[in-house]
Design a protein around this ligand. Sequence first.
Ligand code: SF4
Ligand code: SF4
Length: 690
Amino acid sequence: MTPTEATYLGVPGTLLFALVLFGFLAAFAYTASRRWQLMTVGGFPESRWDRVGERIRGVVEFGLLQRKMFRDPYAGLYHILIFSGFVVLSIRTTTLFLEGLFPGAALPFLPGGAWEAYLLLKDVVLVTTTAGVVLALGRRHLFRKDRLDASFDADLILVLIAFLMVTDLVAGGASHALSPARASVWEPVTAAVGTLLSGSSTGTLTALYHACWWAHLVAILSFLNYLPTAKHFHVITALPNLFLRKLDPPGKMRTFDVEKAAEDGKIGVGKIQDFSWKQKLDMFTCTECGRCREICPTHLTGKPLSPKGFMVDARKALYTAAPALLDVASGRGDLGAEERLAAQRPLIGGWVDVETIWACTTCRYCESACPVGITYTDKLTDLRRFLVLDQSEFPKEAQTAFNGMERQGNPWNLSASDRDAWTAELPFEVPVMGALENRDDVEYLFWVGCAGSYEDKGKKVSRALATLMHEAGVKYAILGAEETCNGDSARRLGNELLFQMLAQQNVETMNGYGVRKIVTNCPHCLNTLKNEYPDFGGTFQVVHGTELVADLVAKGKLKLTGRIDKTVSFHDPCYLGRHNDVYDAPRELLSAIPGVSLKELPRTRDKAMCCGAGGGRMWLDEKIGARINQARYAEIEANGTDAVGVSCPFCMVMLGNAATEMSGKTETFDVLELAAQALPTHPGGEAAAS
Ligand code: SF4
Ligand code: SF4
């Protein structure tokens, strides 16, 4: 069909079409406005209007070019075929609507030559979009990935898209057959359909044309109205959601005034309406593609938390509560809306299992995989905040860790005064900030962390990093007994009050000493000090131990000459990699050690599987499903290397425990330990590491 042909055929029922069009649009406007009200009702405020240029770049990269979709090339291919069809055919659809309202109308911005080129492009995408639908149906039914569930909704939409392509082609073909002289060489596919239909009578062709024309446009309008009710709402919300995505460091949690929130009765999220507008937009936007659960450690080990499942359940809770919620919000409480709202199935313990809330390790695999910019860890930790601070309900093991952090400044509840006892075994003195008369030449504060101070393997790594800095002549100092837990676990276990107390104390101590640069071997400490302490007045340049040491080696300030003949896998810690984008430094350091040969794990870098300790899970029992540390260690064993290098004290404990539990052959080392063993001054000279 072209505008000219439409005029020739005299598109029927202009008035009828206008009524149908405005009826569907009015219905859509009503549904969309209800969704808007639902999104903005309740919840805490969030501002996402900063750094507009960066936001637009993200829309182009992730929305228009669909970069993340190509992590699965097959899915990326069919999705881009269908998406490009939508983009190209939107011009065609606009033209058809214009013709329906104003017979003979054409789009003014497509002059002669461009219109012909567009007709050719349109014909191509009619075919490629249909091919995309076939490939998508193949993925859903013939070679389905585990991440996908059977979905009538998905099948229905795919069939509807195919129907749109077919009706367009048949209407165009009938038009060509009715008027061969007007058939355009620029529409080869439509012309071919016209040739197939050319034996039919004029009456049949006219009826076919009208039937397809109406079916096509009514199907589009029905599709539009179906969108807000189901997962395909993402067709409308995905690009806005990408624009409004989180631009803060990924590992930074929201800071809020705990006292005020307590006064207002709004700590965390206890009800579905307590989620912020952006968190609700995430729920609207989930496409149910399941990418988020592919390497989710809780999903892989049979726990009730599957990120996709959580998001779908939260959306169901929101849509189910919507009528009562919107009645209350609009002041129609006198109709019993308050009672209806109160009688809703509860969010916690109803729609979402309590176990689901505590299962998350905050590893961020889900967030890094999601193609439409949805976040999870904020939602799960907001639920934990409500449970801990409003309800005082949390796993009993967490209480032990909270007590330790509060009383002794460490979750092991060991004596605060023993914090620097790890230095005693070193053959040189480790400078302590408070004991220095002159701190002017101290370049780095060595933030040791609780594990580095108290846990046996962690203490070895602290000694390794101190030795490496000592050998390189780095001017550093520790806080000693003045250092206290950074609060990462408290915050991620929902105890914001305790976290803020620890953060304020540490920031005060470090600012008191004029600290500017920090080195730490713990990615959890790194994340909190670097990304979360600025909210408390502490702005520091924080580097991981492997970054500093790799740099010292690259600059020739450290020589690693001792040979360590080992094949080594490297396990990326979530809080170093996915949270802080440090992937190369540990690998560079391993590569700098003579004799070490790095063999990457199949799941590596941003696709690495979590060890199970993040999000405060280090302190909780793992009672459901397989053990996450063992699942990850099994992958490491299967890689067949002599050792696995880690760069996080929590990973070290988790994988070390798994090695013992499973009588594994792969030894566990921190990369800094290996580097220190390669120093010329290491006892044993240049012998292989033991
Ligand atoms: S953060 Fe990790 S554990 Fe939590 S839901 Fe996402 S993938 Fe699963
Ligand atoms: S949250 Fe993202 S990755 Fe997970 S199912 Fe929804 S759209 Fe897919």
